[in-house]
Ligand binder design. Structure first.
Ligand code: ADP
Ligand code: MG
Length: 257
């Protein structure tokens, strides 16, 4: 079953969409792992209603100083292809130190920038890619990868490890412009690509549909603005599909077809 990466500009609703999709997947009796690969934002755990695990994946592997040393050694001795931080693994074998489960919904974080001047986020990218590469899914298992804003995950090669790319487009010209770029990058990577509109009303939905269909990009669904969801997120409560009128189940169905 699929590993999906969810991308888009900052604040467009990536984490919100992941939260709503994960809830639907679990309701269908399937297992879903949410992988937080955004090095900055901290709110996904509250959105999905699962406590952050004791350790990020980076910290589980020893933390940045140790990993920086390991990665340097790998680069000096033959390059990234030699990297072997993990062996093949599956959802039921993941250590509870870095994955928290609530029913059939798991949550983990690749790593966060924690210290001033600690260095760039490249090690998180390398570690996350190797982990995703070694994670083998059974039928009825999904992985949803939340990303930082923009297109960094293409540059880092994370998109190579997934089955499809979903972009969230909010009502902004920036998002429309970015959709063309991400569509092209996904195409270059050989990955299926689709868009979910978010935070739309009747008027902005039509404008976005028009702008995006002109680019010949497929729209998989739309999530309307929900005052309830905005408020619940603001106060740090978990999100629920009941808070929004859009049909996230339809988006999943489109993905399965
Ligand atoms: N459909 C929606 N209706 C109302 N508010 C939304 C909706 N989608 C996202 N938001 C709000 O927009 C903000 C950014 O959403 P978030 O999912 O954190 O974006 P991202 O992960 O892309 O940065 C949050 O305050 C969130 O509650
Ligand atoms: Mg986010």
């Amino acid at each position: 079953m699929p590993k999906l990466i969810i991308c888009g500009r900052g604040g467009c609703g990536k984490s919100t969409l992941i939260t709503l999709m994960a809830q639907k997947i679990e309701e269908q009796g399937k297992k879903v792992l949410i992988v937080d690969s955004d090095e900055s934002n901290l709110g996904l755990s509250a959105m999905v209603g699962i406590e952050s695990p004791e350790k990020t994946l980076m910290n589980y592997l020893g933390g940045r100083p140790i990993l920086d040393g390991k990665l340097m050694e790998v680069f000096l001795n033959g390059g990234i292809e030699q990297l072997d931080l993990f062996s093949e693994t599956s959802l039921d074998k993941l250590p509870s130190e870095f994955v928290s489960w609530n029913g059939n919904k798991g949550f983990m974080q690749i790593g966060k920038i924690e210290h001033n001047n600690e260095g760039c986020a490249c090690p998180m990218g390398v570690v996350g890619n190797d982990f995703l590469n070694k994670l083998i899914l059974n039928q009825n298992e999904w992985v949803l990868i939340d990303t930082e804003a923009g297109v960094e995950h293409f540059g880092r090669g994370t998109v190579e490890e997934v089955d499809a790319v979903i972009m969230v487009v909010d009502p902004s010209n920036d998002a429309v412009l970015l959709s063309e770029k991400i569509s092209k990058l996904s195409n270059d990577a050989g990955k299926p690509f689709g868009i979910v509109l978010n935070r739309v009303d009747d008027e902005t939905k039509v404008i976005l549909e028009d702008a995006i269909s002109k680019k010949k990009i497929s729209i998989m669904g739309a999530i309307p603005y929900s005052k309830t969801m905005a408020r619940e997120n603001l106060v740090g409560n978990r999100l629920d599909n009941n808070m929004v009128e859009g049909n996230v189940g339809e988006i999943l169905k489109n993905l399965e077809n």
